[in-house]
Each structure stands twice: as structure tokens, then as C-alpha cells.
Design a protein around this ligand. Sequence first.
Ligand code: FEO
Length: 393
Amino acid sequence: MEAVLIKENIYWVGVLDWNLRDFHGYSTSLGGTYNAYLILDEKITLIDNVYAPFAEEMIERIKSVIDPSKIEVIISNHSEPDHSGSIHAVLKYAPNAKIYASGPSGVRSMMGTYHDIEVLPVKTNDIVNIGKRDLKFIQTPLVHWPDNMVTYSAYDKILFSNDMLGQHIASFERYDEDFAIEFLLSELRNYYANIVLPYGVQTQKALAIVKQLDIELIAPSHGIIWKKYIKEAIDLYDKMSKYEKENKAVVLYDSMWGSTEKMALEVAESFSNAGIKTLVRHVRKSPNSDLIVDLMDAKYIAVGSPTLNNGIMPSLASFLCYMKGLNPRKLNFFVFGSYGWSGQGTEIADKELEDMGYTRIIEPLRIQYSPKSEQINLMKENIAMALKEFATK
Ligand code: FEO
């Protein structure tokens, strides 16, 4: 395992996790990377480290450049274990290295997680000199945890951005210029929707500062390094963090014997007939993390659930829980479904969406047993009317 030179005296010493498929609920079909960066200056500096099971791989890459015992400075931009989990493995070689994290939350989190380590607090605009370089810190709380910060080296014009602008891709290629921009922006969207989405306001604040910096490279702690498409990546982050919406609907449903599915397809046609771009998704056939990407820029969500044992389908319950946490803003909703006898499924889903603070377009629509064509026609008329009224509000 060898380090990769990314700029004079700066090396990528991260790891490739080719088999990563589930990042606590985020389905990662392309694997992932945990990026760490080694700076050779008067004080050898390590920026971030990697998830603990990969510690030896990272150490091997460091050893391909220097003796790890020479590391004097460790920057922890974020205490989540994918970026800090190998801290003890590094300290085994360099027990006297100084560790810096954002204060107070990064220090608290590092010491609470790893115990028996000393961590020095830094805050926005603090500088740690490592020789030719002044490393400047900018706290970016909640992009993704309260402790997140980024590290800027004006000498190299590099921003080490940690989770911000990351993507879950495992690849030997380290730069954006080795990929099609459409692919990268799509992966940036996937990552943002599943990791950063709740924190749009905080992301806007962070971007305002980042835009002032003179930057040639943005080196996140996941995925490729931004070099050629920095502007495109920042522009997309800007748009996503403003919760910009398209005239788009997502019809999400589960179905036991096909009746709710039949309704879902007709509901979707109603949206499409109203001139709204419409996607149809069976929740048991798509990972929650793909569904949230579909939903992120949608104006409308229609949720279809049969009633199963006096409740909603477990697949929908799982998705609604995932969605509640990520909180895509500014959604307008309605709920529909078929039922056999008690029929609480639609009410329960309706209440969940109401409790999330979204705007109801129309009261829940439910049909007992299999829908007849006249019931479907009436349902579609009601939806068309509601959408027309809604559009004028
Ligand atoms: Fe990549 Fe929030 O950790």
C-alpha cells in the first residue's frame, strides 16, 4: 500500500473500502473511501485518519513515505469514527503528537470516544504553524456533526473539507478530472441527501466562508479530490442547501395484493397529467437512501399504504423514519391506500407526514378491497381538482 502524492509534500494516505455497502442505513453501491492526508513540513502532520478496521492499511501508506513516529501534529476535522477511528493506531507510533480538534465539541467527542488522549481545542481562524505552512481552521458545525471543521492551507491553496463535498466512491483515481462530471455530481447529491440534508442552514454558512478562500484543491475525507470542477460542486451544494425544489412529485407505496399499487399508478398519472414531473417508487424495491435522493428536490410526495395488522407496512414505517431524520423541507403531501376491514393505514401515514410539518394537499384517500374503475376515476378527479386549487395558493 503506497501513499499518493497530491501536491508537493502532501500525500493521500487514506484507504479504499471496496466492500462498503451500508453506511448506517445509506446504501453505498460504489463502496467508499476514508481519506487521510499527510503533510511533510517541519512538523509532519496528519489530517484526519480512517475507520479502525483499516488502520494498518493507512499506516502502511504512511510508512511508504516516512516513519510514522515522526508525526508531530494530528488534525481531527471531525470525530466520527470513519475519520478518527485509527487515532490510537497512530499514537502507538507517535505518542507525543499533538492532536487538534474543534473546541469544545470536537475535543469532548474525541476524548469521550477514545479516552486517555489529550486533545487541544481550536476555533475558527485559529492557526497552527507546521513550518512553511499555517494551517487555518474554520468550524463548520453540523456539516455533519457539531464538531465538524475544515482545515485550510493558504500555502498550498488546499481546503481539507472533511465530510463537506464528500462522496461515497471507492476508486484508485483521486481527482475529479478522471470522471464524468455528471457522475460525480450525482454521487455528490447522493451523499448530501443522505448525510448533510438536515443541515442546509449550517451548510450555507460554511459555503459563505469557503467561497472567500483562494482554492486550487478541495480534499474531502470521502471520495475524490475536487480540482477541475470545484465551481460545479460548490454550486450544487449551494442549491441543495437552499432546499431548491422542482415541479416534481414522488409517489411512494407498498402493496400486499396489488390494490394499493393500482391506486399508486393512477395517482402518479394524475400528477403527470397536471404537468408535474412524477416518479413512482415501490418502497420495498428501492433502498431508503435512493428514495431520499428522489425526494430531496420534489415539491410533492404521495404515500400509499395498505393496512397491515392495524398499522402501516413496515417498509413504509422504515422509510418514514429515515425521512423524518433527514427532513427534506417544503413538501406537500397526501396519503392513499386500499384496505380490507379496519383501514387505519392511511390515517397513520397521514399523521406521520403532518407531524413532520408538511402541508396536506387533500385528505387521505382510501378504497376498500380492490378499486373499481369508477372509484379510480373519482379519485383522479379529486386529485386533479386539489392540485389545481393547490397550484393557485
Ligand atoms: Fe464521514 Fe460524519 O463522517
